[in-house]
Design a protein around this ligand. Structure first.
Ligand code: SAM
Length: 282
């Protein structure tokens, strides 16, 4: 049975109608599934955390390749389907919860039994919470090697952009701070049922051992980036003053001059290092 027929069959048998508000778009394209598993480099030494296994399409491929697959799924309806399908797999674990509420640090601690074992996140993410999920994975400084996920193509382009170039947003800087991003492939809408309204892409984020640059105060660094992007069309100086980083325009201009940063520049043109320099003088 091909993936389209299998998915239809499982949905019909279990009376499943995709829940749009949970971002349910089930993969039906075997090439795409293989490509995700391949580009994640899944091996028998890997513990995989799969966010949103749904009906278990990607899960099945992961179970065959990985040491263990820990699935986190919010939709209760999927529990019996997944347990039925994978009860014979000893390397399958299911957590029926909201990924944003789960203590991933503890889960990793319990499962990563030696340094040789690598933890990787692999998922076809629910698009409505792509950013909070990725930021949780990175900001919690989890011991993970890589994150290979299907997300909306436009978001993937923003994440993988070079800071200071086109398509950047404040998240571009966070991604670049913590990871080496790489877009693996673009995925057409007809690779899913139901078809999403947006084009998708698979992105791989290789988590760096240490953040790309050293900053004195990480909180301040991300605050400066946030305010610079809150008013994207204004100059950096205005953003920094309106965001309360500097008391007035003169103080902001003086600081930027000292750092050799053009006072007329817009925030989105700054490099990661530029934001680091600004944060470090505060
Ligand atoms: N992995 C399946 C596939 O590729 O066919 C389903 C992917 S579907 C795009 C996203 C999945 O994430 C759904 O199964 C949905 O129920 C689940 N999900 C949505 N919100 C979630 C949350 N907060 N925590 C965990 N899972 C969630």
């Amino acid at each position: 049975m091909n993936l389209f027929d299998e998915t239809k069959f499982i949905m019909k048998k279990n009376n499943i109608v995709a829940n749009k508000s949970l971002g349910q778009n089930f993969l039906i394209d075997e090439d795409v599934v293989n490509n995700i598993v391949e580009s994640a480099g899944v091996s028998k030494n890997d513990i995989i955390i799969e966010i949103g296994p749904g009906l278990g399409t990607l899960t099945k491929y992961l179970l065959d390749r990985a040491k263990k697959v820990i699935c986190i799924e919010l939709d209760k309806r999927m529990v019996s389907i997944l347990e039925d399908r994978f009860s014979l797999y000893k390397n399958f674990q299911l957590i029926n919860d909201d990924v944003l509420k789960v203590d991933l640090k503890e889960i990793i601690k319990e499962n990563k039994t030696s340094e040789d074992v690598k933890v990787k996140v692999v998922a076809n993410l629910p698009y409505y919470i792509t950013t909070p999920i990725i930021m949780k994975l990175l900001e919690d400084r989890l011991d993970i090697e890589s994150i290979t996920v299907m997300i909306q193509k436009e978001v993937a382009e923003r994440l993988a952009a070079v800071p200071g170039e086109k398509e950047t947003g404040s998240i571009t800087y966070s991604i670049n701070y913590y990871t080496e991003p790489e877009i693996v492939m673009t995925v057409p809408n007809n690779s899913f049922i139901p078809e999403p309204e947006v084009t998708s892409a698979v992105i791989r984020l290789n988590v760096l051992d240490n953040p790309r640059i050293n900053v004195k105060d990480e909180k301040m660094f991300f605050k400066v980036i946030k305010v610079a992007f809150m008013q994207k069309r204004k100059t950096l100086v205005n953003g920094l003053v309106n965001g309360g980083i500097f008391a007035n325009k003169e103080a902001a201009e003086m600081a930027l001059n000292e750092l050799g940063i053009d006072t007329k520049i817009r925030g989105e043109k700054l490099s990661l290092e530029d934001f680091g320099k600004i944060a470090d003088i505060l």
